[in-house]
Design a protein around this ligand. Structure first.
Ligand SMILES: [Zn+2]
Length: 341
């Protein structure tokens, strides 16, 4: 037997934000930040000039008017769409950015055991080159960082595989495929950035990328193309990748005292087919007069690798399953699940 409830009852009983809080803006569904805050346990809501501030006992969120820049508990996160109309956030950002970062994930079925590191470029592909008389190639420093990071991850109890351990060029799709075939638990692609137009001293700091959600344009795509891109394998674990990107960016910025260039989204070829949480790190700008010198210094790369280990351990702590005596990664200090901040 089927029952048909009156429409008014359904509207009153609806658990999702009430119609007064929802709007369509530029063809996308938006919800008011004030309504979202009320529905999600953020008792504090204030507008300070151009900034919307949402707070509760453990979290503080900042959103800039007409901007995709947000700050989630002290870490810059680029939203998929700008905050609009005096305090509306896209439903896609509410679902695909705020929810994964603010609410505790289910514990993972398996501990992180094997990590695939992908030193960007290599062989025929130098990556960025900076310096007129003694040019330095990105491919050299991504490999040096990967070798340092492998050593530190091994010491922390992880197994590590590399997509290259010398100056060769594995094609881009081969890199995540290798991680898939070997059953890696995380995929981390390592790069450095360079600024080609304008004052090189004006841009510095790490950026951490994860896959763009379906329906959104990527952070590095000012034209907005790609929003119609089909779902890819990486979208199946996009919440986990975002959490990993967040913990990595947080660790890099805090440990290195670096400028925070945000957690960002992109459909990079090396990310699209990864079946495990996958991120791409731009570790800083080789073109910056101060940061560039640091990147070329082995001591600084050692610090950067240590920060990356901290980022991975923080991610593991967030999602950890019960400790297992038989898992080789069980020697890591972190063993219990904990709610995110
Ligand atoms: Zn690169």
């Amino acid at each position: 037997m089927r029952f048909f409830l009156p429409l008014t009852f359904l509207l009153l009983a609806a658990p999702w934000p009430l119609p007064a809080c929802a709007e369509s803006i530029n063809g996308h569904d938006y919800v008011s930040l004030a309504g979202w805050a009320r529905a999600n346990g953020f008792g504090g809501y204030a507008v300070k000039g151009e900034v919307f501030v949402l707070t509760n006992k453990t979290a503080r969120l900042l959103f800039n008017k007409d901007s995709a820049d947000s700050v989630i508990n002290g870490v810059n996160v680029r939203l998929s769409f700008p905050v609009a109309k005096g305090g509306f956030i896209s439903q896609l950002d509410a679902d695909k950015t705020l929810r994964p970062l603010l609410f505790a994930p289910k514990p993972a079925a398996k501990r992180i055991s094997t990590i695939c590191l992908d030193p960007g470029h290599g062989g025929k592909d130098t990556g960025y080159r900076v310096g007129r008389f003694f040019p330095r190639s990105e491919k050299t420093y991504t490999l040096a960082l990967a070798l340092e990071l492998r050593q530190q991850l091994n010491q922390a109890g992880f197994n590590v595989m590399l997509t290259r351990d010398k100056d060769i060029y594995p094609e881009l799709p081969v890199r995540p495929d290798l991680a898939n075939r070997c059953g890696a638990d995380l995929f981390v692609s390592l790069h450095f950035n360079a600024f080609s137009t304008g004052d090189p001293a004006s841009v510095q700091g790490p950026e951490t990328y994860c896959i763009t959600p379906v329906g959104a344009a990527s952070s590095n795509d000012a034209e907005g193309a790609g929003a119609t891109h089909a779902v890819c394998a990486a979208n199946r674990v996009e919440d986990k990748s975002l959490r990993l990107a967040y913990q990595m960016q947080r660790a890099l910025v805090r440990s290195l005292g670096a400028t925070d260039r945000s957690v960002r989204r992109a459909r990079f070829e090396v990310l699209r087919s990864a079946q495990m949480p996958a991120i791409l790190i731009e570790g800083g700008y080789m073109s910056h007069p101060v940061e560039g010198k640091k990147i070329f210094d082995a001591g600084y790369r050692k610090q950067m690798a240590a920060a990356m280990v901290r980022g991975i351990l923080a991610y593991q702590k967030l999602t950890a399953p019960p400790p297992s005596k038989t898992n080789p990664a069980s020697t890591n200090k972190v063993s219990s699940a904990k709610k995110p901040k």
